[in-house]
Ligand binder design. Structure first.
Ligand code: HAM
Length: 413
């Protein structure tokens, strides 16, 4: 057996129904908030992420499945959807095509990370983006939609955390304050933090190394360095959230691991997930569209990890089971059984047939194992009378039904 690639997973029957449920709720919620679906390729030019996600991020530095294709072009499997969504928005002039460019996509992403529970190398996201609106009301609506999505899935024990990381006008003062705050402690921090201090000091808040935490806890907070416009924007976001009666916590450590964020950042955490506890995360990125060659348009969005949503979903007992199992007894009956199965399926009933000639007992055992609601037994003698036997599996009750009336009888039951 050749095993699957490390960090990838098959979604097998039994699990796939939970995925379909999460995806159906995602589509329904997105639809109600006015989002349209946009599907972009899984493969993109490597430079899209170097420029978009950011050179200083772990994603671009260590985690991309990037390679040179046979034509000599540097391409990568997408590690996230946002830069591709921006590219498509610009490339297809969706600003003109859509009244409000509210877009979502659902699909696989690829990051070469160390696999653990809730963290995989191929994983899936619901990714949501809105372009062209700077108002704080949209930030709050996007966050409220994310909360509604998680609530609709009945996931328990969640917490919304928010922060503001400022804009290019106020960020430099904050970065400087961080470096000053670190002062002589910087050499004591891990290698990653030293690198971060040189490239993007904000990223130091992402550090998970236990020994570094006492120093990081003493560092200044971005909200104390916001310029007037950023501060007013963040206050407005919080006002709207209060109006929605949406509980939240402001966390100054929530800087997020991607370079494009400006102002609002947010995550929804689930206590039951362990170390990888972010169900979803996102924020505003007012400079990204321009940086990727578009007009100067603000943007905001989030992405939810479908694996984590499925993990956090409460259990359900409603296993998928067929409506009918057709059992054929005798050579002539076999042909009739397949024709009847087609009629039952055309009538909207999920139907299985036994492909091997077996005894009645063996076929009914199969029907039982498949958890079918009814078995329809087609025998040579009955067939001659134009009848079949319908057995209700739960009660064992059995009665004869006219062959021509069986679809109607079972469809209405
Ligand atoms: P992100 O925080 O990198 O943001 O990922 C969003 C979510 O994807 C995480 O909260 C988590 O649920 C899931 N996720 C990330 N990496 C993995 C992994 N290796 N295995 C399983 N799940 C994972 C973004 O991707 C941004 N593009 C979000 C965004 C959209 N910001 C603005 N617009």
């Amino acid at each position: 057996m050749i095993p699957g690639v490390r960090g990838t997973r098959d979604i097998v029957p039994g699990d796939v129904e939970r995925w379909q449920h999460v995806e159906a709720v995602a589509r329904d919620v997105c639809g109600r908030y006015g989002y349209r679906e946009l599907r972009t390729p899984i493969i993109e030019r490597e430079e899209l992420f170097a420029k978009g996600t950011g050179e200083s991020t772990d994603i671009v530095q260590k985690e991309m499945y990037a390679f040179t294709d046979k034509g000599g072009e540097r391409v990568t499997l997408r590690p996230e959807a946002t830069p591709g969504m921006v590219r498509a928005y610009v490339e297809h002039a969706l600003e003109q095509a859509l009244a409000v460019p509210k877009l979502f996509t659902i699909g696989p992403m690829f990051r070469y990370e160390r696999p653990q529970k809730g963290r995989y190398r191929q994983f899936h996201q619901l990714n949501v983006e809105v372009f062209g609106v700077a108002d704080a009301a949209l930030d709050a609506e996007v966050i409220e939609m994310a909360c509604t999505f998680v609530e609709t899935l009945a996931i328990q024990g969640t917490e919304l955390v928010i922060n503001s990381v400022g804009c290019p006008a106020c960020r430099p003062a904050f970065s400087e304050a961080l470096l000053n705050g670190l002062g002589e402690d910087l050499p004591k921090l891990c290698g990653d933090c030293q690198r971060r201090a040189a490239t993007n000091p904000l990223r130091i808040f992402d550090c998970k190394v236990a020994a570094d935490q006492s120093v990081i806890d003493q560092l200044p907070h971005s909200v104390d360095f916001l310029c007037d416009t950023c501060r007013e924007h963040f206050e407005a976001v919080q006002r709207y959230l209060r109006a929605y009666e949406q509980p939240f916590r402001v966390s100054h450590r929530l800087v997020r691991g991607l370079d494009y964020y400006t102002r609002t950042t947010f995550e929804i955490l689930a206590s039951q997930l362990g170390a990888q506890n972010a169900l979803l995360g996102g924020g505003r990125y007012d400079g990204l569209v321009k940086q990727l060659g578009g007009a100067d348009r603000p943007g905001i969005g989030f992405a939810a990890g479908l694996e984590r949503l499925v993990l956090a979903l409460p259990g359900t007992d409603d296993e998928v089971a067929p409506d009918v199992f057709v059992a054929a007894l005798g050579a002539a009956a076999r042909e009739a059984a397949f024709v009847l199965a087609r009629a039952l399926r055309a009538g909207g009933l999920q139907t299985l047939v036994d492909y091997e000639p077996r005894s009645a007992k063996a076929q009914l055992k199969r029907a039982n194992r498949a958890r079918a609601r009814y078995a329809v037994i087609v025998g040579d003698d009955e067939l001659a009378r134009g009848e079949v036997t319908v057995k209700t599996m739960a009660t064992g009750e059995q009665h004869s039904v006219a062959r021509d009336g069986v679809v109607a009888a079972l469809s209405s039951s």
